[in-house]
Ligand binder design. Sequence first.
Ligand code: GDP
Length: 305
Amino acid sequence: MVGSAIVRRLQALGFYNLALPRREELDLLDQKKVGKYFTENRPEYVFLAAAKVGGIHANNTFPAAFIYENLVIETNVVHAAHETAVKQLLFLGSSCIYPGVAEQPMREEALLTGTLEPTNEPYAIAKIAGIKLCESYNRQYGTDYRSVMPTNLYGRGDNFHPENAHVIPALMRRMHEARQRGAEEVVVWGSGQPKREFLYVDDLAEACVHVMELEPAVYRHSTRSMLSHINVGTGEDLSIRALAEMIGDIVGFEGKLVFDTSRPDGTMRKLLDVSRLDSLGWRASTSLEEGLRETYRWYLAAQVA
Ligand code: GDP
């Protein structure tokens, strides 16, 4: 989802010499193959969007896969980038790198100031390692590896799996199917009370290219060598209940929402402080309603295809 959005953005800006190996062509878990790919293709700029991702249930069910695959992808790609003198690399993390209970909105400085939310700790540890990997290579080798930490993402290309997806695609699909069946109720996990911030994937792609295009001195000046990541979000959040109601309106589901409190809530709030990126000249432009409508259009089109 994220990689495709970055490609759309780069193409819209006129970049054409893009190396886009598919999974069958390059297994990022295979160190030798990654090294060989970089040696043969010599990319100058690398967007590291590839990751093992999933919603709260997937993170809880497959913790080993989430920590292992993300650590291996990061170490393979960052090291290969260094060995082949890549000019710039952008590493994508996640807002779950911050402590489970943190002052809101969360500034970049909140990193490593407390314990992590247990439902996605393994994934978060891998993403923190990715930031530190980039910073360490920068410090030891003078490379220019940057990191962005997006808030919860959604949009076209998302995974709509009923159990393993994130909340937006999961609820969109459940409500769509409930409306088709004429069902009167839809189950929403947890209490409905947690709040989340959502960023449309094309906005994230725009932000990634913006950060990549900053002059090295500007990036260095606005970050610190051991606190180099930049938050990407909208600066606004809403409760899962309010989100579910909004998705219901868009999908046309008029039944009742039933909250299943046997399912985990996860962290109660994780709103990002986006002032660092704001001061660097980028701000999100897609409203949640607009983004949800676009995502639903994409989902419907994918159903027909
Ligand atoms: P998180 O931000 O890592 O917790 O990511 P999720 O998107 O998986 O979950 C966000 C919140 O939505 C959590 O409080 C979930 O309990 C809640 N939620 C409600 N219904 C669902 C659902 O059907 N799927 C998922 N994944 N989360 C849901």
